[in-house]
Write a protein that binds this ligand. Structure first.
Ligand SMILES: Cc1cc2nc3c(=O)[nH]c(=O)nc-3n(C[C@H](O)[C@H](O)[C@H](O)COP(=O)(O)OP(=O)(O)OC[C@H]3O[C@@H](n4cnc5c(N)ncnc54)[C@H](O)[C@@H]3O)c2cc1C
Ligand SMILES: NC(=O)c1ccc[n+]([C@@H]2O[C@H](COP(=O)([O-])OP(=O)(O)OC[C@H]3O[C@@H](n4cnc5c(N)ncnc54)[C@H](O)[C@@H]3O)[C@@H](O)[C@H]2O)c1
Length: 506
């Protein structure tokens, strides 16, 4: 019966009424009434910003037959994610993990090495190669899909005209019926902490340090702080993370977060929670930090070689001249959009990090596709409740849906099923068994509400759970689905069994 319910729900849930961006929309009929270009030089769609939101929107628009131009100021496509974010950080996470494994784990697998050394320039070169290949790949996709690419800084002259100061030094004006703002985000600065990208670095500087700092101080225990802290910690830095909040990664399920913090502490990462940085002094050789409890109290002075500022990111709209056309933003500077990504100015849309919602590349991509589908008169679909989050440390932590704290706050009766990787045969076979799968399901219906995984490859394992949530599956649906043996995925099946019944292997 459970299997049948998967198919039944499939039809119901993908385009369910709870989906965020599905409006039949007479209210927004002006979007379509602007029409598409017809043989003039005008574009159907102009996209400002070539990051995961912008470049994906541009390609999709072209695939839908719309004449499309993408304007990007950095001289390379892929945005923050490909150039100074997701890709270079994952390259360094992988390289530093290999070094750490070679140094600390290979011998227990019977692989003996005379010596293991870090060659930082070679590590950086491998990262740069990965970035270069991928950004050039997007240029290739633009050519293949006939997206016009303008390299330069875009600013609005009117709701249908964008002036571009080109990287070659000239200026050109691009016209379009529909304009999508996909200008992304930038690092959030802290008062009294001036980023010089050498001793006080943002994530961009932390991805390109010339030597391994002896002491690295990280401000903010979020995604960037923990990922980049892991990279440099594995390469030999003493890493201390200061966090204003009482917990690391505030969006994570509390129980998983505690286990995760213990795991990072075992890797020698130190945490100072409920603490704030009062000032940073760079007049001497190193950096002197004055710290204070978040609630006030005695100050402490610490020294570090490098300080990473990773206290969040803010939407980036500088120089766009939004005020000229009257686009509304909220107090945080995020562009306000309706369920179809339309701003208050007819014909102007916004997607990705520059609008409210999770600041994640895959969310920006989904926004981009849905936005141009609406522009083309089709239905688009993005559900922010179904956007997975992954912290790419070792082990990784991945999650989708509600945390236990959120389920409790909703007053829903629920069950919890857990399964540790210590009881998973594949994890034991490869001697990498730290972690757990935790599933939350509604007691009455068994419908899955949230899935939280800490495991070496949690970022891959989570997608079965995302699909299950998206299709409204029950824990029994997952438990009765055949999983290959021996795989880490079997831990998800066992956790599902533990949710509505009993697991076999523990
Ligand atoms: C260190 C780091 C690691 C990250 N890792 C991950 C990860 O592993 N997974 C994940 O999902 N997310 C990750 N992120 C977040 C991810 O990078 C962003 O969510 C994503 O890039 C947002 O995409 P976007 O298209 O909205 O904006 P962006 O990628 O910021 O792209 C916006 C682009 O617009 C351009 N632009 C801005 N203004 C103008 C203008 N006026 N004219 C022309 N061009 C303009 C910018 O140059 C930029 O290239 C990471 C971020 C950082 C900093
Ligand atoms: N793996 C990924 O998907 C990934 C990786 C890196 C970045 N990102 C994205 O980039 C964004 C930015 O990353 P981030 O780590 O800078 O932000 P974040 O929002 O993930 O974490 C920032 C942390 O800094 C803390 N903080 C804020 N002000 C502080 C202060 N004054 N002192 C001490 N702590 C302070 C916050 O409480 C929070 O825990 C994230 O929102 C995330 O969406 C994602």
């Amino acid at each position: 019966m459970a299997m049948a319910s998967i198919a039944r729900r499939k039809a119901m849930t993908v385009f369910s009424s709870s989906s965020k961006h599905l409006c039949s929309g007479t209210k927004y009929s002006w979007i379509l009434s602007r029409g598409f270009a017809s043989g003039s030089d005008d574009n159907d769609v102009i996209v400002i910003g070539g990051g995961p939101g912008g470049y994906v929107a541009a390609i999709k628009a072209a695939q839908l037959g719309l004449k499309t131009t993408c304007i990007e100021k950095r001289g390379a496509l892929g945005g923050t994610c490909l150039n100074v974010g997701c890709i270079p950080s994952k390259a360094l996470l992988h390289s530093s993990h290999m070094y750490h494994e070679a140094k600390h784990s290979f011998a227990s697998h019977g692989v003996k090495l005379a010596s293991v050394e870090v060659d930082l320039p070679a590590m950086m070169a491998q990262k740069d190669k990965a970035v270069g290949n991928l950004t050039k790949g997007i240029e290739g996709l633009f050519k293949k899909n006939k997206v016009n690419y303008v390299k330069g800084y875009g600013k609005f002259l009117s709701p249908s005209e964008v002036s571009v100061d080109t990287l070659e030094g000239g200026n050109t004006v691009v016209n379009g019926k529909n304009i999508i703002i996909a200008t992304g985000s930038d690092v959030k600065s802290l008062p009294g902490v001036t980023i010089d990208e050498e001793r006080i670095v943002s994530s961009t500087g932390a991805l390109a340090l010339k030597e391994v700092p002896k002491k690295l101080f990280v401000i903010g225990a979020g995604y960037i702080g923990l990922e980049m802290g892991s990279v440099w910690g594995r390469l030999g830095s003493e890493v201390t993370v200061v966090e204003f909040a009482p917990d690391i990664v505030p969006t994570m399920d509390g129980e998983i977060r505690k286990q995760f913090q213990r795991s990072l502490e075992k890797q020698k990462m130190k945490f100072m929670l409920k603490t704030k940085v009062v000032s940073v002094d760079t007049t001497g050789n190193g950096v002197k930090l004055t710290l204070e409890p978040a609630a006030g109290g005695d100050q402490t002075i610490l020294e570090a070689d490098v300080v990473l500022v990773s206290a969040g990111r803010v939407p980036f709209t500088a120089g766009l001249q939004l005020d000229k056309i009257g686009v509304e933003t909220d107090k945080a500077g995020r562009i306000l959009v309706n369920d179809r990504f339309a701003t208050n100015v007819p014909g102007v849309y916004a997607i990705g990090d520059v609008i409210p919602g999770p600041m994640l590349a895959h969310k920006a991509e989904e926004d981009g596709v849905a936005c141009v589908e609406f522009i083309a008169g089709k239905q688009g679909h993005v559900d922010y409740d179904m956007v997975p989050g992954v912290v790419y440390t070792h082990p990784e932590v991945a999650y989708v849906g509600k945390t236990e704290e959120q389920v409790k706050a909703l007053g829903v009766n629920y069950r919890v099923g857990k399964f540790p990787f210590l009881a998973n045969s594949r994890a034991k076979a490869i001697d990498d068994a730290e972690g757990v799968v935790k599933i939350l399901a509604e007691e009455e219906t068994d419908k899955i509400l949230g899935v939280h995984i800490m495991a070496p490859n949690a970022g891959e394992l989570i997608h079965e759970a995302v699909l299950a949530l998206q299709y409204g599956a029950s824990s029994e649906d997952i438990a009765r689905t055949c999983h290959a043996h021996p795989t880490m995925s079997e831990a998800l099946k066992e956790a599902a069994m533990a949710t509505y019944d009993m697991p076999i292997h523990i």
